[in-house]
Design a protein around this ligand. Structure first.
Ligand SMILES: Cc1cc2nc3c(=O)[nH]c(=O)nc-3n(C[C@H](O)[C@H](O)[C@H](O)COP(=O)(O)OP(=O)(O)OC[C@H]3O[C@@H](n4cnc5c(N)ncnc54)[C@H](O)[C@@H]3O)c2cc1C
Length: 409
């Protein structure tokens, strides 16, 4: 490589030294990186850092002079699986021949009311915690306003992970901390719960350390992660500049499961979040538009999400208290589902009946994405809020009018 200052977003060459080695290309363009941080964690010489881009998403950069060219970072990459052979691919005996599909919900009504969907996260992890597993899940740190993975082994702490937050959870050092936790005691086990890309990254990381026998993987169906930067700016705007909140959920069920309310609370005061701003397709991470995990066949043990369309597919089971979709991929996942049956209601379904858009393909890139970010960067945030609130309002009116016209025909 020439003695030149390397592309500063992907490589850092502090002393502008001549680099005589092939540096790993972690992503060729932003679509190829989901920001899971597995490459950062696996680097044996700490030559990778995660840095926020202008949209508030994390991307890795390689210190060119520190890199020793072991390419472990490329091997662990979950986002471009074509690049490397995967030893787990050969272990087909751990998976079921056919994905098993269930509609389900936890029986405990209090937990169900607090859960985003049918409370299956709690149903599974209750059993796992009782049986010597620690749970790795995303917990909001309200003081620092960050959403981060933590290792928890008590149910009260686990409860803090409840509620879907529609922005990306930071994995920080969770990969290496999990390895340390597993190595500390041969009886330690971990259940990882995260989005498809994060869970696949965790799976590869664990495989590369030969600890997969003690890990169970639960991934969640995901339409994409919006920019946390926009969400936090929006919260500042709503709270008159303080940006303070001590509770956030995107799936409050006060109007029923099918009409989730997004809100924050601070000092018992409630502020509704407008989805046209904080849940705007223009702000979704670029990699989510080409996500390889928007399918029913996965290498996790279990996938959980909402059972959208249940009122038509299983009207006898449908309830506005909440409906989870559970996809079971592995024998270990099936055994866990069987164990928790006394705590849940369920009905068997099928892949055909449960297909929602993000189980078929990634969310399409919004055609207005560049315009949105241009508005954000060149004008004020309040300009963006007003403009996109208006667009959302206009769309709602237009859709209502269309429905009325269709109804009249
Ligand atoms: C960004 C995002 C997009 C989603 N998109 C869809 C979708 O398109 N279709 C669908 O059917 N379901 C989607 N879900 C999943 C759904 O909202 C529920 O999280 C899931 O059904 C579990 O519900 P529950 O009642 O069992 O969980 P709850 O008890 O409410 O627990 C929520 C679970 O989600 C995890 N979690 C919350 N926020 C994040 C985050 N930002 N990153 C990683 N993990 C997180 C928590 O750790 C916990 O495990 C999405 C979730 C998220 C976070």
């Amino acid at each position: 490589m020439e003695n030149k200052f390397l592309d500063s977003t992907r490589y850092i060459n502090l002393e502008n030294k001549k680099i005589n080695k092939d540096l790993p290309e972690l992503y060729s363009n932003k679509e190829n990186c989901c920001g899971c941080g597995a490459c950062y964690s696996i680097c044996p010489v700490s030559a990778i850092i995660m840095q926020e881009d202008g949209e508030g998403f994390l991307y890795p950069s390689v210190y060119a002079d520190k890199c020793i060219g072991c390419y472990k970072c490329l091997k662990v990459c979950s986002f471009n699986p074509k690049k490397f052979s995967d030893k787990a691919d050969d272990e087909s005996d751990i998976y079921l021949d056919e994905t098993k599909v269930y509609a389900s919900r936890i029986k405990n009504q209090e937990i169900l009311a607090k859960s985003s969907s049918g409370g299956m996260f709690t149903a599974f992890t209750d059993y796992l915690i009782d049986n010597n597993y620690a749970v790795v899940c995303s917990i909001m740190d309200y003081e620092n306003k960050t959403l981060e993975f933590s290792i928890v082994n008590d149910k009260n702490k686990r409860d803090e992970a409840r509620g879907s937050k529609y922005f990306q959870s930071d994995s920080k050092n969770i990969f290496s901390e999990s390895i340390a936790y597993l190595k500390a005691d041969a009886n330690h086990r971990i259940a990882f719960v995260g989005t498809g890309c994060q869970t696949e990254a965790f799976r590869k990381y664990i495989y590369m350390h030969n600890l997969n026998d003690r890990v169970l993987l639960i991934d969640i169906i995901c339409h994409g992660v919006p920019s946390k930067k926009i969400v936090m700016e929006y919260i500042k705007y709503l709270t008159g500049g303080t940006g303070e909140f001590d509770y956030i959920t995107y799936k409050d069920k006060r109007n029923g499961w099918s009409k989730p309310v997004s809100l924050i609370k601070y000092d018992n005061k409630e502020y509704k979040l407008n989805k046209d701003i904080c849940y705007n397709a223009n702000t979704i991470r670029l990699s989510c538009n080409v996500c390889p995990y928007t399918k029913t066949k996965r290498k996790s043990d279990i996938t959980i999400g909402d059972f959208w369309g249940i009122e038509k597919q299983h009207p006898e089971f449908y309830s506005e208290t909440g409906n989870s979709l559970v996809l079971i991929h592995s024998k270990k996942g099936m055994e866990l589902f069987n164990r928790i049956k006394p705590d849940i209601e369920y009905v068997e379904s099928s892949v055909d009946k449960c297909l929602q858009p993000n189980l078929k393909k990634p969310t399409m890139r919004s055609k207005d994405r560049a315009k949105f970010w241009n508005d954000y960067n060149s004008k004020s945030f309040s300009y963006v809020v007003k403009k996109y609130e208006m667009i959302g309002l206009y769309k709602k009116i237009r859709n209502k009018a269309k429905k009325i016209i269709r109804g009249k025909k």
